[in-house]
Design a protein around this ligand. Sequence first.
Ligand SMILES: Nc1ncnc2c1ncn2[C@@H]1O[C@H](COP(=O)(O)OP(=O)(O)OP(=O)(O)O)[C@@H](O)[C@H]1O
Ligand SMILES: [Mg+2]
Length: 245
Amino acid sequence: MIHLKNVHKRFRRPEGGWFDAVRDTTLHIKAGEIFGLIGFSGAGKSTLLRLINLLERPDHGSVNVDGRDLTGLSAAELRRARQNIGMVFQQFNLMANRTVAANIAFPLEIAGWSRADIDQRVAECLDIVGLADRAGHYPAQLSGGQKQRVGIARALAPRPHVILADEPTSALDPKTTQSILDCLQDINARFGVTVVIVTHEMHVIRSICHRAALLDAGEVVELLDVTDKQVAARSALAKSLLEAA
Ligand SMILES: Nc1ncnc2c1ncn2[C@@H]1O[C@H](COP(=O)(O)OP(=O)(O)OP(=O)(O)O)[C@@H](O)[C@H]1O
Ligand SMILES: [Mg+2]
């Protein structure tokens, strides 16, 4: 479903020279998986996630999602392909001057849906995330957890096959965190959406992921299999993350 092959991303350092944020990385994520990207700060998790929808373009390597190599698409083709890849952000990224319903409608407006189709889909998505009674509220009137539910509904609205989530619970308290993880798990189970979730916390991996890649200095250093909520960690780095959890 998602095949990253030898992807490499380097950034120019402000002080001169280059920094390799993702190093020649190959990763295969299966359809219907909840896949975690875990590692300490600066490991390259967000960069690797953003390579999946080409928010970052790799210096080399290929990014194949749903059977298409995204690096070979024209700008218009890429815009269409991205409708198949929703994104959820740590800080929610909602539009303050739009209601909950209008935030969820936004990607559908961009994609040219009819008003009737938009209204129906927004109502469905509000229902899925449990916010049917908040349609007319503004983001400032919502709790953090409710804001993230809107973020998830907005990502889900165009019926994507993939949702990318970058630390979606890092701004939330533990109880709210679990409810947001449950919401993502529910969407994965009900609609078969493949979820890629970035986190620096092993409990997030344990809670909802089927598999995870442990990143260090821009490389995948271990693939973790999560069976019966136990993580079999081999490397010292994985063990240290487990102990920190
Ligand atoms: N646009 C950019 N320009 C320059 N350097 C960048 C850019 N984006 C990321 N980096 C650098 O690349 C490295 C990896 O960054 P990335 O954001 O992918 O890490 P991360 O694992 O998501 O970290 P965190 O847990 O802190 O979010 C970091 O050293 C970061 O400073
Ligand atoms: Mg990050």
